[in-house]
Design a protein around this ligand. Structure first.
Ligand SMILES: [Mg+2]
Length: 248
């Protein structure tokens, strides 16, 4: 199967998961593999992060689906934004009231300055208590907000509309004019809609539980760069017998 477009998640997939926002960087060996592939086919990042974060870290990409796909931007400036967005300000002030400065709150903005996602993140410092987290999740869901939380990860994302990385993948394919097969690389159940829509789906394993992840193949994080260069060397012809990957 010839890969005509490569799409990938960022956190936990291309870059290590448990890193503070400002410190997160793409390892140079992975960047080299991606650049090699991006010189031949369209490459896009599908992330829950915002453009301001993802763009400087992956400038060589052709497109970025940000905030779980609520905003898509191409390198030529073309933008697609989800129209129906909930106002997150009430939910956000509730969260500030409940947790104050104890945990990091990340605000992810769209091109127009609109708040698309906010995240509560306890990667640094103390763990959030179950009771406090439960109360916050309850309240935000009651407000009708779209809350995404997976107990294996130390953060919660609250979206202004339902994120769907699968829809983002299809939209990107169209916007980038990709006619053939595409590959998606991710690392969590939040990536399942994109794994489902891709022709080849690969999960990066970094020690997280994989039972809920719906990818067809798995690669260890420290072998991802080697896999990317072997795919490039193989003329982008994906085969299950390529080195460094295994069936899930
Ligand atoms: Mg991820």
């Amino acid at each position: 199967l010839i890969v005509h477009g490569l799409f990938a998640d960022y956190d936990g997939t291309l870059a290590p998961a448990e890193v503070d926002r400002e410190k997160s960087r793409l390892p140079s060996v992975i960047e080299a593999g991606l650049r090699e592939i991006a010189s031949r086919i369209p490459l896009a990042v599908i992330t829950s992060k915002d453009f301001e974060f993802i763009h400087p870290r992956t400038r060589f990409a052709d497109a970025w689906a940000c905030a779980g796909g609520l905003e898509i931007r191409l390198s030529n400036g073309k933008t697609f934004a989800t129209r129906k967005l909930r106002d997150l300000t009430v939910g956000l002030s509730y969260v500030y009231k409940m947790i104050g400065e104890r945990f990091y709150i990340e605000r992810k903005l769209g091109k127009s300055g609109r708040l698309l996602v906010f995240s509560i993140d306890w990667r640094r410092g103390q763990e959030i208590s179950r009771d406090l987290l439960g109360a916050i999740l309850n309240k935000l869901s009651q407000e009708g907000l779209c809350v995404s939380y997976n107990a294996s990860y130390p953060f919660v994302d609250v979206f202004a509309a339902k994120p769907d990385k699968g829809r983002a993948l299809n939209k990107l394919k169209k916007m980038l004019g990709i006619k053939g097969e595409v590959m998606f690389i991710g690392d969590s159940a939040a990536d399942n809609p994109a794994f489902d829509k891709a022709d080849v789906s690969l999960c990066v394993s970094h020690g997280q539980p994989l039972d809920e992840v719906r990818s067809e193949f798995v690669v260890d994080y420290d072998k991802l760069d080697l896999f990317l260069s072997s795919l490039a060397r193989n003329e982008l012809d994906f085969s299950p017998s390529l080195p460094h990957i295994r069936s899930k």
